[in-house]
Design a protein around this ligand. Structure first.
Ligand code: CA
Length: 234
C-alpha cells in the first residue's frame, strides 16, 4: 500500500480458531490492521464497532451463517466482502454473490492467494472512489434497454433501477464499453478483478450468472471457451 496512508482495516470472520488466527497473523504481517470474529452475531457486532474496509467471511458459522452476516452488513453500507466457502458448491457461491459478496475462495486456500484477492478488491474500491471524486461527466450509456451511468454507478433496465454489487457493476461496465464484442475471459478477469489464475474463470462464470439474474439472461451472450459479450440489442 502507498506510504503515508492509513493501514486498511480488515475483519476476519472464521469459526475455526487455527484458520482464523493464521489468517489474522498473515494479514497483520502484510501490513493490515486486523480484527477477528468467530460467529455470526459476533461478526455483525465487530463490523459495527470497527467499520472495516473489507471483510473476509467464512460461510458456515455458528449463530447465523456468513450469508446472513453479509446481508446484514451490506444493508448498512456497501463494504467489499471476500467470501470463503468450504464447499465448492455453485448454489452457495451464487447465493453469496447474490447477497453482496464481491469475490470468493474455496477451502483449502493458500495464504498468498487470500492476500492477493484482498489487495485486488481494495484497489478496485479505491479506483471507483477516485472516479466518483473526479466527478466524471461521462454521459450514461444506453444499450439494448439497459441504461448505465458510470459516474453514478447506477443501472436501469426498462426504467427500473437494478441493484448491483460493485463487482457486478464493474463487470457490466466493462462489457458495455464494447457492446456486441466478445471479450475474452482472461482479459475480463485482469481488468475487473486484477488477477488471473486457474480458479478465475469459475469466479467470472459465477458472477456472470448472478449478473444475468439481475439484468436479464438474454443480455449477456456466452461464447464457450472464449468469453462474454453484452448484446447490443435486447
Ligand atoms: Ca466455518
Amino acid at each position: 500500500m502507498p506510504e503515508g496512508t492509513q493501514r486498511p482495516v480488515l475483519l476476519v470472520v472464521e469459526d475455526e480458531p487455527t484458520i482464523n488466527q493464521a489468517l489474522a497473523d498473515r494479514l497483520v504481517a502484510e501490513g493490515f490492521s486486523v480484527h477477528q470474529a468467530w460467529d455470526g452475531p459476533g461478526a455483525v457486532a465487530a463490523y459495527e464497532t470497527y467499520r472495516p474496509d473489507l471483510v473476509v467471511l467464512d460461510v458456515m458459522l455458528p449463530g447465523f451463517d456468513g450469508l446472513e452476516v453479509c446481508r446484514r452488513i451490506q444493508a448498512d453500507r456497501p463494504v467489499p466482502v471476500l467470501m470463503v466457502t468450504a464447499r465448492d458448491e455453485e448454489t452457495d457461491i451464487l447465493v453469496g454473490l447474490g447477497v453482496g459478496a464481491d469475490d470468493y475462495l474455496t477451502k483449502p486456500f493458500r495464504m498468498r492467494e487470500v492476500v492477493a484477492r484482498i489487495r485486488a478488491l481494495l484497489r478496485r474500491v479505491e479506483r471507483a472512489q477516485q472516479l466518483a471524486a473526479a466527478g466524471s461527466t461521462e454521459p450514461a450509456l444506453h444499450i439494448g434497454g439497459l441504461t448505465l451511468d458510470r459516474a453514478g454507478r447506477r443501472v436501469e433496465t426498462g426504467g427500473v433501477e437494478v441493484h448491483l454489487t460493485p463487482t457486478e457493476f464493474d463487470l457490466l461496465a466493462l462489457l458495455a464499453t464494447q457492446p456486441g464484442v466478445v471479450l475474452r475471459r482472461e482479459a475480463i478477469l485482469q481488468e475487473v478483478w486484477g488477477w488471473t489464475d486457474s480458479l478465475g474463470t469459475r469466479t467470472l462464470d459465477s458472477h456472470v450468472k448472478a449478473l444475468r439474474a439481475k439484468v436479464g439472461a438474454d443480455r449477456i451472450r456466452t461464447v464457450h471457451g472464449v468469453g462474454y459479450a453484452l448484446e447490443a440489442v435486447a
